[in-house]
Write a protein that binds this ligand. Sequence first.
Ligand code: HEC
Length: 213
Amino acid sequence: MRKAMVAVLAVMTLGACKPLDDAMVAVFGRSMRDQRTFDPYEQPEGAPVNSVAFAAGNWPAAPGEVNIGQPESVSIPYFTQFDLGVPGIGGEAVQRLENPLSWDDPASLERGEEIYLRFCVVCHGPDGVGANAYIAELHPLLPTYNLSGAQVAGYSDAYLYAMVRVGRGLMPEYGSRITHFDRWNVVNYVRQLQRQAGTLPDQAEAPAPEDDR
Ligand code: HEC
């Protein structure tokens, strides 16, 4: 008798949600169960093409301030992960991109650090070495992608920018969260990490500031 009671209680408690939900559906047409939420670690859909990152701000930088938004009246070419092409070099669309900022611009580096610490550090570690990343134990492959190592130091600025924008393989895209100029700022910051690690091939070749692309 007691066993039967326990069984009935168990069914009532464990199974309670479902019939209640069903009753809600019968009354309201839907229940809390059908929510448009993401499961933990579910890869959300990418942002629509040409959408502007939240709070991007389509205004030019004030004099003496670093630009953190989108460029004025310049259309940024559309490309996807398929255009990434050869690692480090990039496909045609990527190769045409030029870093509008200087590697040595202190304002850009400061902003780049802020972005890096906000978005990249969890997977790539504070110094760009994946082995020092906070989640390295969970993802044993991460340490092989060393942002301050010689290999990535040999990648073009354009390729780094493109990777941040569209992602690659297991790395998610950040184009919908990091604006155009901030992507370049973070590229410059990655260069600084490489310089600190002593892997940057030729620091004399730092690109000079150009148009406001
Ligand atoms: C969620 C974890 C994660 C975050 C956050 C992340 N990455 Fe990555 N990153 C990866 C993974 C995984 C790879 C390897 C990609 C692949 O499969 O090819 C990678 C690869 C790279 C590479 C290429 C390295 C190589 O050896 O070819 C660069 C450059 C890079 N990431 C830069 C960045 C930058 C800059 C940021 C911040 C805007 C960032 N990543 C944020 C996970 C991440």
